[in-house]
Design a protein around this ligand. Structure first.
Ligand code: C2E
Ligand code: CA
Ligand code: CA
Ligand code: CA
Length: 277
């Protein structure tokens, strides 16, 4: 029991060293994975509540490392941001999403893809031109792409981010505010953002329809969104009761395990056809 003889501080430092080593190892492994094309993307439907039609597919990156096994995006996206790998990761995810969407359009599916951007992407002035060139390469209109950004990532360098968002939206790309309600931003700041869609964070949505739920928060968020002229999307919809509550509140779109978990492209396509039938 070597650990028992060590002071609390020693254990703390050893723990921090282990964490530090894992982070360094993960960054190296992630760099290789991006270079070798080992990242994949899954897709999760965003469903129009009044019509019951699938409108968008949110693109969620997945990584199974040879050394570390499955690693969640909540762990490796921050590492990618800190290490500068996020630029390559974002481009990889965007291009994979657009290539998949090209195939869906060719096979008669009328969908748009929603890709997540990180805070670092929002100060990357070369991104809009790169995206435009990839849309053209795949023969897709800008209306086929939605970019999701969080309040928190926009506020990190708000002037640069707002300028970039205006350029993206000027090119015809739609923008969504993700994880709405979890950030520190004020409504005055939000009004400055050129966005089309507001996504209510799943922490407010998951227990809708249960006792002591967050219905008041969700209802007023939907009202705020509509007053700002935005489409409102609820994420983390897990139950039929939750969906019915959202429908009664005039929420526009729903996303969550009730419909489907995020799926690989082929399984997502099959799911869409079965859902529409
Ligand atoms: P997010 O953008 O808020 O994505 C929604 C997360 O909620 C996803 O987790 C999704 O699998 C999960 N989710 C969907 N429906 C439900 C539900 O009904 N219940 C519950 N409990 N969870 C649900 P995931 O895939 O683990 O992604 C976590 C976060 O990692 C994302 O949160 C996003 O911030 C980030 N992320 C994922 N892919 C990318 C990417 O390609 N680029 C960037 N920059 N970030 C990404
Ligand atoms: Ca998102
Ligand atoms: Ca979210
Ligand atoms: Ca999130």
């Amino acid at each position: 029991e070597a650990k028992r003889d060590r002071s609390g501080l020693e254990v703390y430092i050893a723990g921090r060293d282990e964490q530090h080593l894992r982070r360094l190892g993960l960054i190296a492994a992630l760099r290789d994975a991006i270079a070798r094309d080992e990242l994949t993307v899954n897709f999760q439907p965003k469903v129009d509540i009044p019509s019951g039609r699938v409108r968008h597919a949110e693109v969620l990156v997945r990584w199974t490392s040879g050394t570390y096994g499955w690693v969640g995006p909540d762990e490796f996206i921050p590492l990618a941001e800190q290490s500068g790998l996020i630029h390559a990761l974002t481009r990889h995810v965007l291009d994979a999403a657009l290539a998949t969407l090209r195939g869906w359009c060719d096979r008669g599916l009328d969908l748009a893809v929603a890709v997540n951007l990180s805070a670092v992407d929002l100060v990357d002035a070369s991104l809009p031109v790169w995206i435009a060139s990839r849309l053209a390469h795949h023969g897709l209109g800008a209306e086929r792409l939605i970019l999701e950004v969080t309040e928190t990532s926009v506020m990190r360098d708000v002037d640069a981010a707002v300028a970039l968002l205006h350029r993206l939206r000027g090119a015809g790309i739609r923008l969504a505010i993700d994880d709405f309600g979890t950030g520190q931003s004020s409504l005055a700041q939000l009004k400055r953002l050129p966005v089309d869609e507001l996504k209510i964070d799943k922490s407010f949505v998951m227990r809708l329809g249960e006792a002591g739920d967050d219905a008041i928060i969700v209802r007023s968020t939907i009202e705020i969104g509509h007053n700002m002229g935005l489409k409102v999307v609820a994420e983390g919809v897990e139950t039929p009761a939750g969906l019915e509550a959202l429908r009664a509140m005039r929420c526009d779109m729903a996303q969550g395990y009730l419909f489907s978990r995020p799926l690989p492209a082929a399984a997502f396509e099959q799911w869409c056809r079965a859902f529409a039938a």
